[in-house]
Design a binder for this molecule. Structure first.
Ligand code: PHE
Length: 338
């Protein structure tokens, strides 16, 4: 009997050492110590033994039970330790691994110019106004004194969403909205996106303009010249002169195009200015009295000026960007340079 008991102990030892999980251990515990285990069968046979042999045999069975229990406990502890070690190493930091680098971003050149020009105009007493990108023909054309047969209204130039719903082609729409809502004096700039059906190295179907509008009693062409002159010098440098060239816009009279002296050759003539010595910046003029009349502003009492500048164009000139499309392709290698 004792040899049988020792055999059970041996096989329990073997099996328990092999157990890899708490669950397996529980199964082994019931197999070796449970009600239906071999050891329990031995205990049941105790009654059949001669009286004098019973205590020694009972003691031997108990010892084996205790030993198996101890082996089970040891294995349990070992498995717990292993689990703990495993979870610790899964959470731990490997200091030899390269770190996750946080790339430092930079502002887009258009954003930089946009912020800079807002600062310049705010310092001259302008307020910032906004208007919607999706407009109607009234704000984009009619109220800006643009006749129904004007070529700019054509489908080939303007993106129409529906009849009478279009993507604004100019920020001059904001002039109309402001004059509709506010009585003079008015002194605003409105930067924003515009859309035209064209695309090449100097045109993008989506681009940015800043419109300016000043309306009050006694506003004249010299005020317009002066403000633009100050703006150009603050934006491009003291040496940079500007000039007006006669032009036509339906909503200003007289109208002009604004040029600045070439930033690269300072007027001598180079490839940037195509030999002319000048670079084009935008349009300007005195608000046409027809526009005031349409909006119910007394054109006998008030005068005003307006101008519109290309924000992308300013960025291209300032940072010598040769192709407008570079501004909108979002190539990180290009954008990183600013
Ligand atoms: N809106 C005109 C354009 O896009 C520019 C402009 C603005 C001209 C204000 C005169 C006055 O070409």
């Amino acid at each position: 009997m004792i040899t049988q008991l020792n055999k059970i102990l041996e096989s329990a030892k073997n099996e328990i050492q092999k157990a890899g999980s708490i669950h397996e251990l529980q199964q082994l515990k019931s197999r070796f110590l449970g009600k239906k285990s071999e050891i329990m069968n031995f205990m049941k046979k105790l009654g059949n033994l001669p009286r004098e042999e019973r205590p020694a045999f009972g003691k031997a069975v108990n010892e084996i039970k205790m030993k198996i229990s101890q082996i089970l406990d040891d294995r349990d502890q070992k498995i717990q330790d292993q689990l703990y070690e495993k979870s610790k190493s899964a959470e731990s930091i490997d200091f030899t691994m390269p770190g996750r680098k946080r790339e430092k971003g930079s502002l887009h050149p258009i954003t930089k110019v946009w912020q800079e020009l807002e600062d310049i105009f705010i310092s001259m007493g302008f307020e910032i106004a906004e208007g919607p990108d999706i407009e109607d023909e009234f704000h984009n054309f009619d109220a800006l004194n643009t006749p129904p047969d004007h070529p700019a209204r054509n489908l080939s130039d303007t993106f129409y969403i529906e009849d009478d719903v279009l993507l604004r082609t100019q920020t001059s729409t904001v002039q109309i909205r402001i004059m509709y809502q506010h009585k003079p004096p008015i002194k605003i700039i409105s930067p924003g996106s515009c859309y035209r059906n064209e695309s090449d190295a100097s045109h993008s179907p989506m681009f940015h303009q800043v419109e300016a509008l000043v309306v009050d009693e006694g506003i004249n062409f010299a005020d317009l010249r002066d403000v633009l002159n100050v703006f150009v010098k603050k934006m491009f440098g003291e040496k940079i002169e500007s000039r007006f060239r006669p032009h036509f816009f339906p909503f200003t009279e007289p109208s002009a195009e604004i040029d600045i002296i070439c930033l690269k050759c300072l007027g001598k003539g180079c490839n940037l200015c195509k030999g002319s010595g000048w670079l084009e910046l935008g349009g300007a003029g005195m608000v046409d009295p027809n526009v005031f009349d349409m909006l119910g502003i007394d054109s006998e009492k008030y005068t005003g000026y307006a101008f519109g500048l290309g924000i992308d164009r300013i960025a291209m000139l300032k940072y010598r960007i040769p192709d407008m499309r570079l501004l909108f392709e979002n190539d990180i290698r290009f954008l990183k340079q600013f």
